[in-house]
Design a protein around this ligand. Structure first.
Ligand code: APR
Length: 233
């Protein structure tokens, strides 16, 4: 039976695909304050601005291509039972070929009803317009989890973390909960690998292999080492 590798990814894995991280840009997201564009209050105050912001981001995501890190994780599936838990709202893991992905914070290529988050739809192209409605007649909003909203997938993600033989953390500042707390569910004896040029450890986690590199070089290296382990066993 294949060993289980659980991978938690953040904005850093998509940086080399040209998508900016949040906290590397002075707390502004492409020049916007998150309170103006990524909260339920912002949506109530100014839905036009929120739609505009996500339409711009969707355009950037559709233009971006998976990089060597996304591709290496997809390759790892030949040797391991891999589940990716991503905080990212881009679809680069899907486009790289990974088959088991949990989007903790939603995905920007889908819309959701503004009254029932379980009603989701694919967005045709880059633009979600005001006036586009769900089957209940409510305005569609981006299918993303905003600050202050519940994270519906966290329970499923925590359960999967409990099954990890190897846990990888890639390109996340680990500042946003509940995602940052997932490592607490990983068994003590699982292998743990952290790949990030800036994050130098996780409080309370000791047996952590740290690769202080960008994802584009660090992830293929870590993946090659895991594949070598399977081949030699
Ligand atoms: N390769 C790997 N890691 C990188 C790279 C790179 N090329 N470039 C930057 N990083 C790292 C940074 O060092 C940082 O630790 O990526 C991390 C990005 O951190 P954040 O911007 O805080 O992104 P993330 O952790 O994904 O944010 C979590 O917060 O912005 C909200 O909801 C949003 O899902 C997001 C959540």
């Amino acid at each position: 039976m294949k060993q289980k590798v659980i991978v938690l990814t953040g904005a850093g894995i998509s940086a080399e695909s040209g998508l900016n991280t949040f906290r590397d840009s002075d707390g502004l997201w492409e020049g916007y304050d998150i309170n103006d564009v990524a909260t339920p209050e912002a949506w109530h105050r100014n839905p036009v601005l929120v739609q505009h912001f996500y339409n711009l981001r969707r355009k950037a995501v559709l233009k971006a291509k998976p990089n060597a890190a996304h591709i290496a994780l997809a390759e790892l599936e030949k040797y391991y039972d891999v589940t990716i838990i991503t905080q990212n709202i881009d679809d680069l893991h899907e486009r790289a070929g990974s088959s088991s992905i949990i989007h903790l914070h939603g995905i920007i290529t889908k819309s959701q009803s503004s009254v029932n988050p379980n009603l989701t739809y694919d967005i045709n192209g880059a633009e979600l317009a005001m006036g586009e409605k769900c089957e209940l007649g409510s305005q569609l909003r981006p299918h993303v989890v905003w600050f202050g909203e519940a994270v519906p997938m966290i329970g499923k993600a925590a359960e999967i973390c409990m099954l990890a033989d190897v846990f990888m953390i890639i390109g996340t500042s680990l500042l946003v909960y509940p995602a940052a707390g997932l490592i607490d569910y990983v068994p003590a004896d699982a292998g743990k690998i952290l790949i990030d040029p800036k994050v130098s450890g996780v409080p309370g986690v000791s047996n952590l292999q740290i690769i202080p590199e960008k994802a584009g070089t660090g992830v293929p290296k870590a993946v090659e080492a895991l594949i070598r382990e399977v081949r030699s066993s």
